[in-house]
Each structure stands twice: as structure tokens, then as C-alpha cells.
Design a protein around this ligand. Structure first.
Ligand SMILES: Nc1ncnc2c1ncn2[C@@H]1O[C@H](COP(=O)(O)OP(=O)(O)OP(=O)(O)O)[C@@H](O)[C@H]1O
Ligand SMILES: [Mg+2]
Length: 480
């Protein structure tokens, strides 16, 4: 059980949580939702004791082992399976003690340690670790390769496998689906629904939340509200709550107006002055009901270059890849203005190689890349967030692209991407994941591309989160 008691949290000048008083019971699967920067990741840091509360407390009773996912998994030489097994620290310690006992010939101790390892499910551990990795998309032949062989996205999957492997009563997952393809995502859904402990899951993917969660914790304007049911139930309940709040607000406004009219009319009359006074007091005592605030989903437009070419870009009998490895052969593509092209293929088929060639980062090994005269490429990929300058501000990021742009035009532009007022001078190192994604996308938009290439855009925000096929891809809303 996790209890928040009169909890308050502030970061920098922002109040993220205020007066939170609620309880999450054992075995609950709680989805954490809220706008980018609302404080979801900070809430996890609080539960893990990385951040201290500004007031109140977080109490954890019952099973207290918390498993959580690292933000990054380093490219070390450790084999995938071993790295996952390392997640069970108690088991690793018992194994080491056993090896020491065996070396020293301490037979009694050996027997005791065998018992201990048995109790820790140690003899099924390797098989379980391998199953987790397989479920998350690793081929059997990869299981004993070192982490260093894999890209950042794949290492994150290994990190996720390790987190799931770590024995826990509480599991904290912060946007675990960002690096997953559909197969791995469906597998994770299944796994999580069977997890016996308490799950807290931050995600912007409503289908995923619907499949996994039985409660939703909403962070909105520093208030925490717990809803029973999955995400769809939460949306309905919230809509009802807002309608009710709006109705009460309107009723109160009408009542106020009525009292004010009464006071106005009778204040001057000696016989009624007293009554008028008491009504005035009543008015003061009335607790103000706020008007329901409709969420204004973040909207943005990608401005398009003034000129286009047709085709925008072609590959002509191109062989793609690297000197030591040809990945695709004889590629002929022409990209025309206005087309919407989805790129499908199994892992390793060469999707990223194709995109890198299209943006001009990689030259074809043979054949040609023919850019249209007015081609302006906008490129947006998961790893671009890592290229943001953490020591800079949104303002300086744009200014570096266009040193002669006026301050006001930069501020106006960034305002359109939700960086208002002093936010444009905020420190990028302190941005939440979604805020960083928004900034990276705004930098693409600033260049006014007429060809937009998205390589697994980060789904850290509701506004860019692709609904799972066959639902529509909301990016078609953006004009490019
Ligand atoms: N060290 C810090 N100092 C000041 N402000 C910070 C610091 N770290 C984070 N913040 C701010 O706290 C707010 C909450 O950040 P947090 O990462 O918890 O948001 P989030 O809800 O997880 O958002 P997202 O959906 O984008 O991941 C953000 O506005 C962020 O800029
Ligand atoms: Mg976050």
C-alpha cells in the first residue's frame, strides 16, 4: 500500500503537487496521467526517495521492494541475460556466496545456500530472464551478446526486461512503451496484467492504459485525483465531473447575482438594511466554485516551405548501407509533395538506413540521391532529444538556427509550441521528457520543411502519440 498524506511537492518555482491525500492499495494497476511537465516523473522520484516532499509524506506499507526502470542503459560488455539476472541482487549475492563456499569446501554452508537459492526461484532464473528478453523481441542468438552491440533503443528494452525481472512488490514504469514495437508492446501488456504487485504506470498511450490499468491517477493543476477503472472510464468520469462542476458554477453565479441585486436594492432602506448586511456576509462566506476548465489539447502547426519541387527527393538505383555491409540494393523511390508514406519492416530491415540516406546523412554506395531544387528536409527521431543542448534554453536553440531572427519572432514562434513567457528562457536540462520532445519538434518546424521524416518519433506526449493501427495517425493533423 502506498499512502500520500497531505503531500506537497515543488520543483524550482513550480508547485507540482498540493495537498494530496490518497491511497493506492496492493495489487492495483494505476495509470498516471497528466500533461507534460505536470509532475508524473517527479512523483516517481518522490516515491523512490530521490526527492523529498515539501510537506506531508509518502508512506509505503507491506511489501516495499520497488522496481523501476533506469533512464538509460550503458553500452557495457555484459551479456544481455547476465545483465537481466543482475536485477535480482539477493540471488546474485547467494550465488556468489555459494561459489565461495564451494571453493572453501564448506559443505554445510553450501547446502544452506542451495536452499536459499531454491527459495529465491534461482534455478528457474536464467530461463525466466531469457523468456523476458524473448518477449521483448530479442532473438535467441542475441541473448548472450554484450549490451555494447545494441543501439540505445534496444538497450532500453534490456533495461525493461531487467526491471520486470527484479523481484518487487511495487513496479514503477515511466513510459515503458517508447522503444517498443507493436509485438513487444502487446507482450508487455500481457505481462503487466499478470503482475501480482502494485503497478504505477506512466504512459501517454491510452490503448495501453486501457489494457493494463484498473485505476487512473490524474495530476492536474497540482491536484491528484484517483479514478477507478481504466483510461476510458476515467475520461467518462472526468467529463461527468466537469459537467457537474460547470452546472454548480453556473448555479452559484446565478445565486450570487440574485443576492447582489437584493443587497443593492435594500441597502439604503432602514427596515431591510440588516437583512442586506447578512446576505452580504452570506456572499462572502460562499466558497467559490471554479468554472470547469476544459483541457485545451496542445495544437501546433508545421509551417511548410514556400516553394516545393516535384518530386521532392528521389533515389535512383541506389545501393544503401555501409562499405562493409550493403543493406538495401537497387532502391528506386520518388517522393512527391503531399504524400504520406508509412515505413514498415522487421527490425534490421534497413528502415533507419533508408531514412539516413534520404536526409543525406549517408551517401548511397552506388546509384544516386537526387534532391529536388527546393527540398527542405525536417527530420525528427527519438535520439534527437539527446542532441538538445542541456545547458541552453529554447530561445538559444532557435537563435542558433537563425542568428538574425528578431527576439520577438522567436518568442512568438516558441509560444506556438507552448513555451510561453519565461519558459523560453527555461533550462533545457530541467525539462520533462515531453517538454524536450516539444522543443525538438519546434526546431524541425522552424526550418519550414516540405519533407518531414519521422523515425520512431518519441511518444512521450499525448499530442504526438500515434494511436495504434488501425486507428488514424493524428500527425495527419499537422500540415507539412
Ligand atoms: N531540477 C529541477 N528544477 C526545477 N524544475 C524542474 C526540475 N526538474 C524538473 N523540473 C520541472 O518540473 C516539472 C515536472 O517535471 P516532470 O518530469 O515530473 O513532468 P512529467 O509529468 O513527467 O512530464 P512528461 O510527461 O513530459 O514526462 C517540469 O515543468 C520540469 O521542467
Ligand atoms: Mg516524465
Amino acid at each position: 500500500m502506498i499512502a500520500f498524506r497531505q503531500l506537497a511537492l515543488q520543483r524550482g518555482t513550480r508547485r507540482l503537487i498540493e495537498g494530496a491525500d490518497l491511497m493506492l492499495h496492493e495489487g492495483h494497476k494505476v495509470g498516471i496521467v497528466g500533461a507534460n511537465g505536470a509532475g508524473k516523473s517527479s512523483l516517481f522520484a518522490l516515491i523512490r526517495g530521490e526527492l523529498g516532499a515539501d510537506a506531508g509524506s509518502v508512506e509505503i506499507a507491506g511489501g516495499k521492494r520497488i522496481a523501476h526502470m533506469a533512464q538509460e542503459v550503458s553500452a557495457i560488455e555484459r551479456a544481455l541475460v547476465e545483465f537481466v539476472l543482475d536485477g535480482d541482487v539477493a540471488l546474485r549475492q547467494a550465488e556468489q556466496a555459494l561459489a565461495a563456499a564451494q571453493a572453501a569446501g564448506e559443505h554445510d554452508r553450501e547446502a544452506a545456500l542451495h536452499g536459499q537459492i531454491e527459495a529465491l526461484d534461482g534455478y528457474t532464473a536464467r530461463a525466466r530472464a531469457e523468456q523476458l528478453l524473448a518477449g521483448l523481441g530479442f532473438a535467441q542468438r542475441d541473448l548472450y551478446r554484450p549490451l555494447a552491440d545494441f543501439s540505445g533503443g534496444w538497450r532500453m528494452r534490456v533495461g525493461l526486461a531487467r526491471t520486470l525481472f527484479t523481484p518487487s512488490e511495487i513496479l514503477l514504469l515511466d513510459e515503458p512503451t517508447n522503444h517498443l514495437d507493436l509485438d513487444a508492446l502487446l507482450w508487455l501488456e500481457q505481462w503487466l496484467t499478470r503482475y501480482p504487485g502494485t503497478l504505477m504506470l506512466i504512459s501517454h498511450d491510452r490503448d495501453f492504459l486501457d489494457a493494463v490499468c484498473d485505476h487512473i491517477l490524474h495530476i492536474d493543476q497540482a491536484r491528484l485525483t484517483l479514478y477507478r477503472g481504466n483510461y476510458s472510464a476515467f475520461e467518462r468520469a472526468r467529463a461527468e465531473r466537469q459537467a457537474q462542476q460547470q452546472a454548480e458554477f453556473e448555479k452559484q453565479q446565478a445565486r450570487r447575482a440574485e443576492i447582489e441585486r437584493f443587497v443593492e436594492r435594500f441597502r439604503a432602506k432602514a427596515t431591510k438594511a440588516r437583512q442586506a448586511q447578512s446576505r452580504l456576509k452570506m456572499l462572502e462566506r460562499m466558497e467559490t466554485i471554479a468554472a470547469a476548465r476544459a483541457d485545451s489539447p496542445f495544437r501546433f502547426e508545421l509551417p511548410c516551405a514556400d516553394k516545393i519541387s516535384s518530386p521532392l527527393l528521389s533515389l535512383d538505383r541506389a545501393d544503401l548501407g555501409y562499405p562493409e555491409a550493403r543493406i538495401l540494393e537497387g532502391v528506386n523511390v520518388s517522393i512527391l509533395p503531399g504524400e504520406r508514406i508509412g515505413l514498415l519492416g522487421p527490425n534490421g530491415a534497413g528502415k533507419s538506413t533508408l531514412i539516413k540516406t534520404l536526409i543525406g546523412e549517408l551517401s548511397p554506395q552506388a546509384g544516386a540521391r537526387v534532391p529536388g531544387e527546393n527540398l527542405v528536409v525536417g527530420y525528427f527521431a527519438q535520439h534527437q532529444l539527446e542532441h538538445l543542448d542541456l545547458g541552453a534554453t529554447p530561445f538559444t536553440h532557435v537563435q542558433r538556427l537563425s542568428p538574425t531572427a528578431s527576439d520577438q519572432s522567436i518568442r512568438d514562434f516558441l509560444g506556438g509550441f507552448g513555451f510561453r513567457g519565461d519558459d523560453v528562457f527555461g533550462d533545457v536540462s530541467r525539462f520533462s521528457g515531453g517538454e524536450k520532445a516539444r522543443l525538438a519538434l519546434s526546431l524541425v518546424a522552424w526550418e519550414k520543411p516540405n519533407l518531414l521524416l519521422l523515425d520512431e518519433p518519441p511518444t512521450t506526449s499525448t499530442w504526438i502519440c500515434a494511436k495504434r493501427w488501425p486507428r488514424p495517425w493524428p500527425l495527419t493533423k499537422a500540415r507539412w
